[in-house]
Design a protein around this ligand. Structure first.
Ligand SMILES: [Zn+2]
Length: 96
């Protein structure tokens, strides 16, 4: 059977079964290696206020928000792009 992707769309290798995660956008359950992990720094403050405070040298508390997104949602929301047959062969990190 012809393969569309060398890694079959996963990053698992010969590892066997792995953890199931839920897509944060549509709620689909999918294996961890098929999901896109998006980490974003979030702060509690209003962005404009934060910029002002930061320019005055204030330390601002922020935390990393991690979310998992399924491939269907990642493509739909423009987190990853559909790549052409040739481009898919490039081993380049697909970061959001
Ligand atoms: Zn989804």
């Amino acid at each position: 059977m012809p393969k569309k992707r060398k890694n079959r769309g996963r990053g698992k290798g010969g590892k066997g079964r792995e953890a199931i995660v839920q897509c944060d956008l549509c709620g689909a359950l999918l294996p961890r290696s098929k999901a896109k992990k998006i980490t974003k720094r979030v702060s509690f403050l209003d962005p404009q206020l934060e910029r002002e405070l930061r320019s005055k040298g204030t330390q601002i508390l922020s935390y990393a928000m991690t979310r998992y997104v399924c491939i269907r949602c990642a493509v739909h929301y423009g987190i990853v792009k559909i790549r052409s047959r040739e481009e898919r062969k490039r081993r380049e990190a697909l970061r959001a």
